[in-house]
Write a protein that binds this ligand. Structure first.
Ligand SMILES: Nc1ncnc2c1ncn2[C@@H]1O[C@H](COP(=O)(O)OP(=O)(O)OP(=O)(O)O)[C@@H](O)[C@H]1O
Ligand SMILES: [Mg+2]
Length: 300
């Protein structure tokens, strides 16, 4: 598909997106088109700009140049079209579980509406809490919950506003391996039920390959026609973008040889500073992947 068609049909569309902080270029010409209902997992070396990319999509930060569209519209400030779950600190410690989940609904309407619909809001929040298996914990405070329970509250808080895109920044990063795997399966169940698009940043390659319908690798380790003399300010680009098979999800797939090979390949492509691919030969095999290289970037 060409970029114009993708721009019209994608749930999330980025073209020629740059982001700098002062003189530091972080994101260097990002092109990305995501169809509704995908789980896009994002991996890359620490500090390469994964969270920055996520904040741009959320509308929490402004890109330096380029286009960022959510459902064909400029992404603007954070609103109900996008929900976010962080590794920690998604919940307000002084609010109980129910009030934390209600917060999203309450913030989205005026005082009168909030008062008039308080019972309906509360019923809805309880329905979400029941779905998360947290009904009996509605009156507890975040510090009284386990890490996994807290993250389920944070997911409920985001899902209740029915976002088109659920953004997640290492949401399971602080959990022990058992709880982490339970949360992965739980998230896939919610995804099948609610059908939202998920943009999921993680440090864990196994998690990324297991959860995603598509994986993108962001990295600053590559070459292009701009030369290699250390003078070139090079930010991270999408160096790999591929579709992942979504078989009936069983965690057994993690032990398959093919699964391990793919992880090794992604580790090399994105994380090995010595493995420098030219920007013109990145592994962009996903059918919606596109790339607009400028003339000076193309040369060998
Ligand atoms: N508000 C800011 N002001 C200045 N520099 C920033 C700001 N936010 C991020 N950076 C810089 O931008 C780069 C990318 O940061 P970012 O947090 O997006 O990386 P990341 O890939 O999410 O890293 P990690 O895997 O460690 O979470 C880093 O060099 C960071 O220092
Ligand atoms: Mg980060």
């Amino acid at each position: 598909m060409n970029p114009d068609e993708l721009r019209r049909t994608s749930c999330l569309f980025l073209q020629d997106v740059y982001k700098s902080y002062g003189s530091k270029l972080v994101l260097d010409d990002i092109d990305l088109a995501v169809a509704a209902g995908e789980i896009v997992t994002v991996v890359g070396p620490s500090g390469c700009g994964k969270s920055t990319l996520l904040r741009l999509i959320l509308g929490q930060e402004l890109h330096s140049s380029g286009t960022v569209l959510v459902d064909g519209q400029p992404c603007g400030f954070a609103d109900r079209s996008r929900g976010i779950v962080y590794q920690k600190y998604s919940l307000y410690p002084h609010l109980n579980v129910l009030d934390n989940v209600l917060l999203g609904l309450r913030l989205s309407c005026g005082v009168f509406e909030r008062w008039r619909r308080r019972k309906a809001f509360e019923d809805e929040a309880m329905t979400y809490l029941a779905r998360m298996g947290l009904q009996e914990h509605a009156r507890k405070y975040p510090h009284e919950l386990s890490g996994g329970m807290r993250q389920r509250v944070a997911i409920a808080q985001s899902l209740i506003i029915k976002p088109k895109i659920l953004l997640m920044d290492e949401p399971f990063g602080a959990l022990d391996p058992g709880s982490r795997e339970n949360m992965q399966i739980f998230l896939l169940e919610l995804w099948e039920e609610f059908g939202m698009t998920i943009f999921f940043v993680t440090h864990d390659l196994e998690e990324a390959v297991f959860l995603g319908t598509r994986i993108i690798v962001l990295s600053q380790h590559y070459t292009d026609g701009r030369g290699n003399d250390g003078e070139v300010r090079r930010g991270a680009r999408i160096v790999s973008d591929r579709a992942l098979p979504k078989e009936a999800q069983s965690t057994l797939v993690k032990t398959a040889a093919r699964f391990g090979e793919l992880i090794q390949q992604i580790r090399q492509e994105g994380f090995d500073p010595k493995y420098l691919r030219h920007a013109g030969s990145f592994d962009l095999t996903h059918p919606h992947s596109f790339q607009t290289l400028r003339k000076e970037e193309c040369g060998q």
